[in-house]
Design a protein around this ligand. Structure first.
Ligand code: ZN
Length: 509
């Protein structure tokens, strides 16, 4: 079916008609798919065109009458939070309402919109502005404040008020500072710097607030630490340090445990692959579970060279806290077997640079291989007899103990502060650092024990037995041991070797 585009009998011959006919001819040549040979509009074009026309007419009519238009205007008001913008938008809204929305309720709607906008404007005026700033490299606290628009004078006053609890020079890059700006009273448009909060450590923060007199005062905010108990088991593969790290034992906890075993174990020679260290320790955390610091080792057990050595932290009736074997004997001895941080000893297998030698007729001391700078401890309480260079020994320290015993330390990189002949040292005190001075081919400690001025094998020294618990105290200790063992089992139960588990300390009380 074809629709006739023009009917000459209905239209007189006019200039318009001529133009249309010319267009029709032109189109008929170029666009045969729109028009037929007789210049009639093809049906496939005519019908959709009519449909689109009707839709456009209906849609534009409904846009004027639809109630959603008023809501749309309200939404516009909500979207603005700045009071100036709201004022501006309100004016636009009023204009739109007056001109675009027909109907008798136009004034009602206008009043409603005005009320709505003014309520929002009022709320917005009271809304404080909060920001979290990050300290950049080279920033000062006052500088950070000035960057966000605080005047130099106010920034200075603020920092001064904060100094009561916090040294502003301690500020470090990456640290976060929360600041708040409050609207100025009786002024719709301006804000003033009113509050700042800065975290000192996970448990403490300092808060600075503007006073009524337009000064600043600071307060210290403190959280209470929560004590958590962890347990872990490390099996030695290559090195003790690697094993404790793999087991997730914090370095300070590992060092604490190994130090306790240093009285009985030579960490250079006694440790073998497959040996194990068990440890149960406390850790301080914020109420949200953020690590604060490592606490005390409660229990440790070293299985080394076929020997099983469990030790327990215990407080005696006189208030002294110490570690005891499961039999209730203090683990303290006159001398340490390992006068160096045990966790930092390099395993003997890979030592190509320097042979780590034990005691023999040819080598009247024992060697500990460790990185340059590793702290060296006094093996026992005593008096320094010599501290300085000593021929092939390089930098050398010798300490005199009780009962004709002396210990000597050679090839040191340097001495601890205050080391000189005559100074008193405590067992475990740092006396110097591992080095390779004198006749030495790599960083190591050469350690000697002397009995009546003659070198002896450190293992041959018969140490006097320390404190041994007895009576009621031993009974208390035994029940403590049973409780600690139960807890260790509970904490590590169902978990693989070398895993950790958490338990709330409070749950045990
Ligand atoms: Zn040596």
């Amino acid at each position: 079916m074809k629709i006739k585009l023009m009917r000459p009998d209905l239209f007189p011959e006019t200039a318009l008609k001529k133009t249309l006919r010319w267009c029709g001819c032109y189109l008929s040549v170029r666009h045969r798919y729109i028009l037929t040979k007789k210049n009639r509009l093809r049906l496939r074009v005519a019908l959709p065109s009519a449909g689109i026309f009707v839709s456009v007419v209906l849609l534009s009519f409904s846009a004027f009458t639809s109630p959603s238009r008023a809501i749309y205007l309200h939404n516009d008001v909500i979207a603005f939070t700045n009071k100036n913008d709201i004022d501006l938008n309100l004016a636009v809204t009023q204009k739109n309402l007056k001109h675009d929305i027909p109907g008798q309720d136009q004034n009602d709607r206008l009043r409603e919109t005005e009320r709505f906008a003014s309520a929002i404007a009022q709320e917005t005026a009271l809304l404080p502005r909060e920001e979290t700033l990050q300290v950049g490299k080279g920033d000062t606290l006052a500088g950070v404040l000035q960057k966000i628009g605080v005047s130099a004078g106010e920034a200075y006053k603020a920092v001064l008020a904060m100094e009561k609890y916090y040294d502003p020079r301690k500020i470090r890059p990456g640290q976060e500072i929360q600041v708040r700006f409050d609207p100025v009273e009786d002024d719709d448009h301006s804000y003033q710097f009113s509050q700042m909060k800065l975290e000192i450590d996970p448990l403490t923060a300092v808060s600075l607030n503007r006073t009524a007199e337009n000064g600043f005062e600071s307060t210290l905010l403190e959280k209470e630490a929560v004590t958590q108990t962890y347990a872990a088991r490390a099996v030695i593969d290559v090195s003790l340090y690697g094993a404790t790290y793999q087991a997730g034992i914090p370095a300070s906890v590992a060092a604490q445990a190994l130090r306790v075993f240093s009285w009985d174990v030579d960490f250079q020679r006694d440790i073998r692959k497959g040996d194990a260290l068990e440890v149960m320790y406390e850790q301080l955390e914020t109420p949200e579970g953020v690590y604060v610091k490592s606490g005390d080792v409660i229990y440790a057990r070293l299985i080394v060279n076929g020997q099983d050595m469990p030790i327990y932290r215990f407080e005696t009736a006189d208030g002294d806290t110490d570690f005891y074997t499961d039999k209730g004997a203090s683990i303290r001895k006159a001398l340490l077997q390992t006068p160096i941080d045990g966790a930092r000893i390099s395993s003997g297998f890979g030592m190509r640079q320097h042979p780590v030698m034990g005691y023999s007729k040819m080598h009247k001391g024992i060697d500990f291989a460790a990185a340059r700078g590793t702290p060296i401890y006094a093996a026992g309480d005593g008096t320094v007899e010599k501290a300085g260079p000593y021929s092939s020994f390089g930098n050398y320290v010798r300490i005199r103990h009780n009962a004709g015993l002396k210990t000597a330390y050679a090839h040191l990189n340097g001495f601890a502060k205050g080391m000189s002949a005559g100074s008193r040292v405590k067992q475990g005190q740092v006396i110097g650092y591992v080095g390779t001075t004198g006749r030495s081919t790599g960083p190591h400690l050469h350690y000697e024990v002397l009995q009546d001025n003659r070198q002896v094998n450190p293992k041959s020294i018969k140490m006097q037995q320390g404190k041994v618990l007895a009576g009621k105290e031993l009974e208390n200790f035994k029940s403590r041991v049973a409780e600690v063992n139960r807890r260790y089992t509970a904490l590590t139960k169902g978990t693989k070797v070398a895993s950790r588990q958490v338990e709330r300390e409070s749950a045990l009380r």
